[in-house]
Design a protein around this ligand. Structure first.
Ligand code: CTP
Ligand code: CA
Length: 228
């Protein structure tokens, strides 16, 4: 669907999207991270812009160019991501979409000097990172909250429990055990869970390009937001 055909279903709304991985330092030259490329979040940013929204994209280290007409803020660690999200959300936003693959843990202590190779084994202690989407959902100015989940098994069960525990309005789940979609791919397929008239609705989005999936997600968000 070319952009000019798309109805402005998010006109006047401010959408904040997190995208890409976070990078958790171990020492000045090393970090813990993951394979997220940010493609889904960037595709969603474009779809929201085409739907008439003002878009703020908060991105971890990715190689993608910034889409036209979108404000981009770059972050490194999960803690930096949280600080930027709270600032932007508390200034006012209508929809928060969390596609970022936040590192669940970070090094308990970041070594100020490069760690030298020594013994046969090395143990690095990790501590849990803050949950960004769950923290944003607890803010007084709570936007419509959309989460993502990547699962390899028990998709429906894990997704619906994340919807509840993180206090989300909607969650989109993809099956990362499939190698033809998800991480790094240009295609995706998802199942979306959201509340409509006090019922949990499940909608499957068949395998399509990330741009097409993004547009279908925008339609789901607009519909679920109107029903809330
Ligand atoms: N998320 C977040 N902050 C974190 C971890 C996750 O905001 N520290 C968000 C992700 O951006 C995503 C949603 O929470 O929208 C689900 O992420 P996921 O990794 O699937 O959930 P976790 O709660 O981390 O559970 P697990 O990794 O054990 O499945
Ligand atoms: Ca996680």
């Amino acid at each position: 669907q070319p952009a000019h055909y798309q109805p402005k279903i998010l006109a006047g709304q401010h959408v904040v999207i997190t995208a890409g991985p976070t990078r958790e330092a171990i020492d000045p030259v090393r970090y813990v991270s993951n394979h997220s490329t940010g493609k889904m979040g960037f595709a969603l940013a474009e779809a929201c812009r085409d739907a008439g929204a003002r878009v703020t994209l908060i991105a971890g280290p990715v190689t993608l160019p910034t889409p036209q007409g979108i404000e981009r803020i770059d972050i490194g660690s999960a803690q930096e991501l949280l600080a930027v999200c709270l600032k932007v959300v508390n200034q006012g936003c209508d929809i928060f979409i969390a596609t970022a693959a936040v590192a669940d843990y970070r090094a308990a202590e970041v070594s100020p000097q490069k760690i030298k190779k020594a013994g046969e084994q090395l143990t690095i202690q990790l501590v849990k990172n803050p949950d960004i989407v769950a923290t944003v959902a607890q803010q007084e100015k709570r936007p419509f909250m959309v989460g993502f989940a990547a699962e390899t098994q028990h998709m429906e069960q894990y997704a619906s429990s994340k919807l509840v525990s993180k206090k989300l309005d909607m969650i989109a789940v993809n099956d990362v055990s499939r190698s033809d979609i998800g991480f790094g791919s240009d295609h995706n397929a998802m199942t979306v869970f959201f509340a409509e008239n006090y019922h949990l609705v499940q909608q499957h989005l068949d395998k399509a390009s990330k741009a097409q999936i993004a547009w279908q997600l925008v339609e789901c968000i607009a519909k679920a937001q109107a029903a809330r």
